[in-house]
Design a binder for this molecule. Structure first.
Ligand SMILES: C[S@@+](CC[C@H](N)C(=O)[O-])C[C@H]1O[C@@H](n2cnc3c(N)ncnc32)[C@H](O)[C@@H]1O
Length: 268
């Protein structure tokens, strides 16, 4: 693999997230940003934890609906169980394309390529803002059959896309390439409950050149326009199809502590 520049002198969302989850794939600049975020909001470790739990519940739900192909954009540093572990536990033939634009995720791609022999996983180093480079990629078309339904996963990524890049258009173009019966699973940070804390955190990122834009519930609902929402609709994460025995079921975090909405919808 070619040498990659990890830009360790500035924080990267994937590595800050990894640090907040208790991972080891982060550097001083990431930890410093995480600690500044923790000063603004001492509950900053809760959204990543709830997000991973939502990801697993959503993928399990989709696999139970018969979805056996997944396009996971904004994959993050691997944190088992990853999408293929969850999907292939239900259907070993499931195929997953992981996409991220952070070189550190690329360096960990091997951990994402441990598919069950009956299925397949692949990794694409691409940017969500360049939809054509994702849809036109051979990695995508050789791994997934775009004539059959796909589960599109945009989990905790769209708050890194500012309005200047028209995230709604990005989602619409991705969905347009997928056949009816496909699903969108999405989660997104919100400032609805603690606006000041999240504005401070966004400022920490902005100062380092990273866009972070929290959005309100109605703004996040726009991403599902034209789709059939799966019950119970867009919810603060622990309220989306909670499972007995899930840590969130036991810890009962408040909406303000979680500050992430998530939902799943079907393309008619
Ligand atoms: C907060 S992490 C979420 C990881 C994973 N989806 C999860 O829910 O646990 C966000 C990920 O999105 C990636 N990301 C941010 N902007 C991106 C972009 N424009 N294109 C591709 N990936 C991006 C980051 O590198 C990071 O790995």
């Amino acid at each position: 693999m070619a040498e990659v520049d990890l830009h360790t002198d500035r924080p990267h969302p994937a590595r800050v997230y990894d640090y907040l989850l208790g991972g080891k794939d982060n550097f001083a600049a990431d930890r410093e940003a995480a600690h500044r975020g923790l000063q603004a909001n001492p509950d900053s470790r809760i959204p990543p934890r709830e997000n991973r739990l939502f990801l697993r519940r959503a993928v399990r739900y989709l696999a139970e609906q018969g979805i056996d192909q997944f396009l996971d954009i904004g994959t993050g540093i691997p944190s088992a169980p990853n999408v293929h572990h969850v999907a292939q536990a239900i259907n070993p033939r499931s195929r997953i394309v992981y996409v991220d634009n952070d070189p550190i995720v690329l360096t960990h791609a091997r951990a994402l390529l441990t598919s069950h022999p009956d299925g397949r996983t692949d990794y694409l180093d691409a940017d969500l803002r360049d939809v054509d480079s994702i849809l036109g990629s051979k990695v995508l078309t050789e791994t997934l059959d775009l004539n059959r339904p796909v589960g599109l996963l945009l989990i905790a990524i769209l708050h890194f896309i500012g309005d200047d890049h028209d995230p709604e258009d990005i989602v619409n173009r991705l969905l347009a390439a997928l056949p009816p019966g496909s699903y969108l699973a999405l989660s997104h940070l919100t400032g609805d409950f603690r606006p000041e804390a999240w504005e401070k955190i966004a400022e920490v990122y902005r100062k380092q050149g990273v866009t972070m834009q929290v959005r309100s519930k109605p703004q996040i609902e726009q991403f599902f326009t034209g789709l059939e929402m799966v019950e119970p609709g867009l919810q603060v994460l622990p309220a989306w199809r909670p499972e007995l025995g899930d840590p969130s079921d036991q810890l009962q975090p408040t909406d303000g502590q979680v500050s992430v909405y998530g939902g799943v919808a079907r393309k008619p």
